[in-house]
Design a protein around this ligand. Structure first.
Ligand code: SF4
Length: 359
C-alpha cells in the first residue's frame, strides 16, 4: 500500500478521512461513567489538566469543565495550558493543537488521546512543498494560519488565527507588503476581499467548512426568515456572502449570546453546539446545509478527526502516559517567533486572539 506521504494531497486527505473513526460510538452508559471516573482520578494522579477544542464530543467538553480544564480554540487552549500549573497537558483536538501547546510550553509534557487525529489543512500543506513555494516568491511576507504543522509555522514570518488574520494582513498591506498565504484558500480569499491586499494563496481547504452549500442555505433562510446566519470564514465565498456574522469559533459563540434573534443557522462544525446551547439555552440552532437533496457529504458538519477523541483513548493515553507530542527544538524555536509576532501584535492592539480551526 502506498504510504500517505507519497500520495497527492487530495488523495492523502481522502485516505486519512477513511481511516478516521468515531471514538466512543459504541460506549454503554455504565462504561461511559466508569471511564469518566477513571479519567478524573488519572488527571489528579498524573498532575494533568484536560484542554479540549470546541469541536470535540460533549462528553469530553463536560469532563474538561468539571475537572478544572478548559474548552476553547487552539491558541487559547495552548495559552491556558501554559498558564496552568499542571505538569502534563492533555490536549483533546487534532495534532497541530498538541504541537502548538508544545511549542508555547516546551517544558511541559503534552499528550493526546489520538495521535492520528489530523486536519485537512495541515495534511494539505506539506512542509517541503510549502518551503519550495515560499522560495519561489521571496518578495512575499509569509503568513500562515494556525492550522498547520510546526515546520510550516517555522517557515512563516507570521502565524495568525481567524480572529486576527484580517487585522494582521491589513497592517502588512499598509506597509506595502505582498502576502503569501497558506493553507486555507477560502479564508485567504475572504482576507483578500476584506483588506484588498496582494495575496498569493495556497490551495488548501477544511473538509468540514468547504462543504457548506450556498443554494441550500438560501432555501433554509427562506424557511426561517427570523434566523441569523453565523459563518466561519473557512467556508466558500457564496456562503460567507449570506452571513449576518462572520467569525472564529469563539466569535460565533459570542454572537449567539449577543444577538437577539431566536434562531441561528450555523456554518461551522456542529461540535460547537454543545457550548452554544450551554451559553444560550433558549435559542434554536440549525446546522447550515452541507449537501443538496439526495447528495452525500464527506464530513456532514463534523470533523472526522475531532471525532477520534473519545473517553476510551483519553483514559488509555493518561493510563500509559503515552501519545506524547514532541517538536524538534530548532523548529519549535523558529515557530515561536512567528507565533510571537501575532501575540505581540494582539497585545499592542488589545485584540483578543481566538479561533483556530476553528480552529
Ligand atoms: S474542522 Fe478544523 S481540524 Fe477538522 S479539518 Fe477543518 S480545520 Fe481541520
Amino acid at each position: 500500500m502506498t504510504h500517505p506521504q507519497a500520495m497527492p494531497r487530495e488523495q492523502t486527505v481522502r485516505y486519512l478521512r477513511e481511516r478516521a473513526f468515531e471514538a466512543d460510538e459504541d460506549l454503554a452508559p455504565a462504561e461511559r461513567e466508569a471511564l469518566t471516573e477513571r479519567i478524573r482520578t488519572l488527571l489528579r494522579e498524573r498532575n494533568a489538566v484536560l484542554v479540549a477544542h470546541y469541536y470535540t464530543a460533549p462528553d469530553i467538553q463536560i469532563l474538561a469543565d468539571a475537572t478544572g480544564g478548559h474548552i476553547s480554540d487552539s491558541l487559547d487552549m495552548a495559552r491556558f495550558g501554559a498558564e496552568h500549573p499542571a505538569e502534563t497537558l492533555v490536549v483533546a483536538g487534532v495534532r497541530f493543537m498538541g504541537e502548538t501547546a508544545k511549542i508555547l510550553t516546551p517544558e511541559k509534557r503534552v499528550i493526546m488521546p489520538e495521535l492520528e487525529a489530523t486536519c485537512s489543512l495541515d495534511v494539505g500543506c506539506p512542509p517541503e512543498e510549502f518551503a519550495a513555494f515560499c522560495d519561489q516568491h521571496p518578495e512575499h511576507t509569509v503568513v500562515v494560519y494556525a492550522n498547520t504543522s510546526a515546520a510550516v509555522k517555522a517557515r512563516a514570518d507570521w502565524v495568525v488565527t481567524s480572529s486576527i488574520a484580517v487585522d494582521v494582513v491589513r497592517h502588512l498591506h499598509g506597509l506595502g507588503k505582498k502576502i503569501l498565504w497558506a493553507p486555507d484558500r477560502h479564508l485567504g480569499d475572504y482576507i483578500r476581499r476584506q483588506t484588498g491586499a496582494d495575496m498569493l494563496l495556497w490551495e488548501g481547504a477544511c473538509i468540514v467548512h468547504e462543504e457548506f452549500k450556498a443554494r441550500e442555505l438560501q432555501q433554509l433562510r427562506a424557511q426561517y426568515p427570523q434566523a441569523k446566519v453565523l459563518v466561519h470564514p473557512e467556508s466558500p465565498a457564496a456562503v460567507i456572502a449570506q452571513a449576518d456574522r462572520v467569525g472564529s469559533t469563539t466569535q460565533l459563540l459570542k454572537a449567539v449570546v449577543e444577538m437577539s434573534a431566536p434562531v441561528f443557522i450555523v456554518a461551522t462544525d456542529n461540535g460547537i453546539f454543545h457550548k452554544m446551547r450551554e451559553a444560550a439555552p433558549e435559542k434554536t440552532l440549525l446546522e447550515a446545509p452541507t449537501a443538496g437533496k439526495s447528495a452525500t457529504c464527506q464530513s456532514c458538519a463534523h470533523c472526522p478527526w475531532m471525532a477520534m477523541n473519545g473517553l476510551r483513548n483519553l483514559a488509555g493515553a493518561l493510563e500509559r502516559v503515552d501519545n506524547e507530542i514532541f517538536v524538534d527544538p530548532a523548529i519549535a524555536a523558529q515557530a515561536r517567533i512567528s507565533l510571537g509576532r501575532m501575540l505581540e501584535f494582539g497585545r499592542q492592539r488589545r485584540t483578543p486572539i481566538h479561533g483556530a480551526g476553528d480552529a
